[in-house]
Design a protein around this ligand. Sequence first.
Ligand code: UD1
Ligand code: UDP
Length: 368
Amino acid sequence: MKLIAIVGARPQFIKAAAVSRVLRATPGVQEMLVHTGQHYDENMSEVFFRELEIPEPDYNLGIGSGSHGAQTGRMLESIEEVLFKEKPDRVIVYGDTNSTLAGALAAVKLHIPVAHIEAGLRSFNQRMPEEVNRVLTDHSSDLLFAPTQVALENLLREGIAEERIHLVGDVMYDAALYYGEKARRESRVLERLELKPKSYVLVTIHRAENTDDSLRLRAIVEGLREVGKNVPVVFPVHPRTRKALERYRLLEVAEARLRLIDPVGYLDMVMLEQNARLIATDSGGVQKEAFFYRVPCVTLREETEWLELVDLGWNKLVSPIMPEGVVEGILNSLYAPRGIEENPYGDGNSGELIAKCLFNFQVDLSNT
Ligand code: UD1
Ligand code: UDP
């Protein structure tokens, strides 16, 4: 059986690593990797292939950055060419990026069954590009791998047939367990940055709604600067965010009090997460990793796809509209009691469950 996995952005390399490791060990399965080139900086792409021991992509389409339509359109055309040539039995897509949508659309139109890993997430905020990508991808997919009960229920509510949905847990939890251990052995990031365990706040910001709105970005920077008076703030800066900080003349303001660093590889990131006193982020993946390592998290957004974490008390939503709100949210969470001990993300064997379903899935196009 020939599978093609489509990846393009940082979190997808991490998810694909967890699944690919299992698929490549499954007899009778040939997996090929197509990298759209959505992320291309060394520290946004290549470092993950090196550290996570993912094989080199079979194709790198080199699409790069662009507006949504231009980027997705170029991907669609190039992915279609690969699918024509390789004629895979299934296409695997991950998450909610433009690469995901392009992969799903290209495949479904060629009647190739699509498997969506991380299906069913919803923010119910249609202005997020990711929400549009997720909904369209889910409704183009034949196999939907839901990471949580909440995601499964979202899909059922939208009328997707139950037999297409598989609750398998979260592949990022597989990755966190596997690489978390490796990071403790190999990462030297704490020494390099001269950080003591549990002494700093770790921050990541990259969502369009925060980076492309000068008022929100300013509220985040000013709020974090205030927090930085009490506790060191370490902030690996996504390239999109660096550009926005420059555009809004906030870079120097931020650098004066915060520890801005370039994006780090996954092992260093996981090490920074495990040892943080608190994480403040707008990233989907980082919210969950905070929980996997039982670090309190503040999500600088109005809503989250990972509602379980809020319900269990590990994550607090803080709307980054005013600096005072950001400061209050973070300082309160620093001293809040721990969340409830419950794990809604499976047993760390999602990769195996997915591989089994992919292998057993019988193509029934009469159903589609
Ligand atoms: C994308 C995903 C988002 C995901 C994030 C993970 C979409 C619509 N968004 O957002 O869901 O959470 O990846 O990180 O697919 N850039 C560089 N170098 C790079 C990559 C990007 O400089 O290697 C800069 C470019 O200026 C680019 C901007 O970042 O225009 C945004 O990149 P893009 O891939 O369009 O979206 P992300 O914000 O990374
Ligand atoms: N990550 C990383 N280095 C960084 C920042 C994030 O390796 O400097 C990892 C992080 O540990 C998580 C993933 O990237 O596994 C999350 O990606 P991102 O926040 O870019 O996207 P999202 O999850 O929001 O789609």
